[in-house]
Design a protein around this ligand. Sequence first.
Ligand code: HPA
Length: 270
Amino acid sequence: MLQKIQETAQWIKQHTALTPRTAVVLGTGLGRLAAEIEVVDAFPYADIPNFPVSTVEGHSGRLIFGMLGGKPVMALEGRFHYYEGYDMKQVTFPIRVMHELGITNLFVSNAAGGMNPDFEIGDLMLITDHINFLPEHPLHGPNFPTGPRFPDMSEAYCREWLDMARAIAREKGIKTVEGVYIATQGPTYETPAEYKMYRILGGDAVGMSTVPEVIVARHQGMRVFGVSIITDLGVEGKIVEVSHEEVQRAANAVQPLMAEIFREMVRRID
Ligand code: HPA
């Protein structure tokens, strides 16, 4: 595994001169943030040795190197989901490669169903914490030498960065909400009873991604900042049929605001 990760990192180093410290993972319907990046190099996943290939509509599957907020960044346009059939080592492979490339800051984004009754469709939720409901743990197996066997998770999402995001949102007049993201395996959206259960368990939003990447990032000592775009509501009385197209549309509409927060954060972070 380590050899494959190093091989992939080596290939990337040979193909780009940029050496970013910040990486962004773009979720469903959020690929267009890539348009905000002044692209210097872009590699389709299929061209990168050992990289899994993204299969979901709305994920174009490119690794991008470019400038955002005056700083070099790396962006994954399209992530790998457990429900696609990948195992957790594949889902988190790009995060392992990022560490090899010197990435210390990880920004994650996703589309999610809102369960907090105060949420509305189109809200940007700053992720304050998560609950891992995925059936396989990304650190299952022999411990990887980048971190401890039993990693601390008391601050999965950097509090200082949350404060920074709150300040930026205030300055720019962008409405944000905050909450706990629950990751489930999908690919079904939730039944009303399931939304209710996840709400009772402490979730504000539910989605099918992000948590594995965050766990592996934290295991590698990266700082993490995450945003969920609330694309539908799992709130009793407000539950309607959900489709991937609607999720994409709702996410699409809000991406410029998310991009503004990400850009300003990259600018302010060392
Ligand atoms: N549930 C799970 N995943 C999702 C949802 C949802 O309601 N919306 C967008 N991704």
